[in-house]
Design a protein around this ligand. Structure first.
Ligand SMILES: [Zn+2]
Length: 245
């Protein structure tokens, strides 16, 4: 891992409880590093790590410092998401190309999985979410092409392929997971980007049923006091604790 220090950081005011994944919206690692280490931008930005297309990891900010990657954000009542998170930028040109969002190469995702696993173990983190999850009115990264299901199979974040029925409102379910629901349409779009990409890519229409299943998964895994998740119980699609890591 290379360390290319960014000057764009400050003191943390919260313990680390969250990993936020982003795409860089740049085609190359070099260009991303240039932006994330530039102190002269009108709004200087940074992240703790950036992961290249070939899986190279560059650290820009030490984990005990507050990097500037999330902007105005919200998750589970936390409004200073930068103070409460480790930010990982993943090189990807993003949407806005004629061909749509480029796929994330296998080597890059393998590196993201290893990095997330290390960060989660260091800080006893269970929530790994996207920038779009914490800033649904402003952001769409890491995008519908991001393989959240594959990460969950490696114990990173949560995933279920289930659909379930329930009476709770979409707003209540989203809020229970952690979303800011002050703009419900934006929160629903962010939810689909992360947990129901078929709805974005292929017109799936069972958002409420997926929402019921995902909210149940979050509630159950949080209630059981899961601190470190590194296995997926395929039977239930539930991320579960294993204490020998
Ligand atoms: Zn972002």
């Amino acid at each position: 891992m290379r360390f290319l220090p960014s000057p764009n950081h400050s003191e943390r005011t919260r313990p680390v409880s969250l990993v936020i994944l982003h795409y860089t919206e740049t085609p190359t690692l070099e260009r991303a590093v240039r932006i994330l280490t530039d102190p002269d931008l009108p709004h200087p930005v940074s992240s703790h790590y950036v992961v290249g297309l070939d899986g190279e990891i560059v650290q820009l900010v030490p984990e005990d410092r507050r990097a500037r990657h999330a902007g105005v954000s919200f998750w589970r009542g936390e409004t200073d998401v930068n103070s409460a998170s480790v930010g990982i930028e993943i090189v990807n040109a993003g949407i806005g190309t004629d061909a749509g969002q480029p796929a994330y190469p296998d080597a890059q995702i393998a590196a993201v999985i290893g990095l997330c696993r290390d960060v989660m173990a260091r800080h006893a983190i269970t929530d790994v979410v996207g920038h779009s999850d914490v800033a649904p009115t402003r952001k769409v990264d890491p995008g519908a092409a991001f393989p959240w299901r594959r990460l969950a199979a490696e114990g990173i974040g949560r995933w279920t392929d289930e659909f379930a029925s329930g009476d709770a409102s979409d707003a209540d379910l989203l809020a229970s997971i952690g979303y800011d629901v002050s703009d419900l349409a934006a929160a629903l779009r962010a939810f689909r980007l992360h947990f129901y990409p078929e709805a974005i890519l292929a017109g799936g229409s069972r958002t409420h049923e997926r929402l019921v299943a995902v909210e149940r998964l979050f509630r159950e895994t949080r209630r059981s006091g899961v601190r470190r998740c590194d296995t997926v119980d395929n039977r239930a699609g539930m991320v579960q604790n294993r204490s020998d890591v």
